[in-house]
Design a protein around this ligand. Structure first.
Ligand code: SF4
Length: 94
């Protein structure tokens, strides 16, 4: 539904016929870490996120999972089942 408050005229999943359903009835401006993300939109003099109404909370516990301007590297390497690895190694020897 189209926003009729903070981002007037823009599509928003939190908008309802009764108004904005997000906490406090409005979305929040982007934070510094959002700079460069393709999901930012400008409404008035503020920039907002198209995907999430509270950008600060998306960065609270690490990088935002919707961000388009960063690459999150996996900390875990692929898990290898030792039993299967052993079978694979012995199959190659034959
Ligand atoms: S997707 Fe994440 S990084 Fe991009 S503007 Fe929204 S909150 Fe910020």
């Amino acid at each position: 539904m189209l926003c009729t408050t903070t981002r007037e005229g823009m599509e928003c999943n939190f908008m309802s016929p009764k108004g904005c359903r997000f906490t406090a009835g409005t979305c929040h401006p982007i934070v510094e870490a959002c700079q460069g993300c393709d999901r930012t939109v400008t409404a008035g003099e503020q920039a907002y996120c198209k995907s999430y109404p509270d950008p600060a909370s998306k960065w609270r516990n690490g990088p935002c999972n919707f961000a388009t301007h960063i690459k999150v590297e996996s900390k875990e390497s692929a898990k290898i089942n030792p039993l299967k690895a052993s079978k694979r190694a012995s199959a190659k020897k034959k």
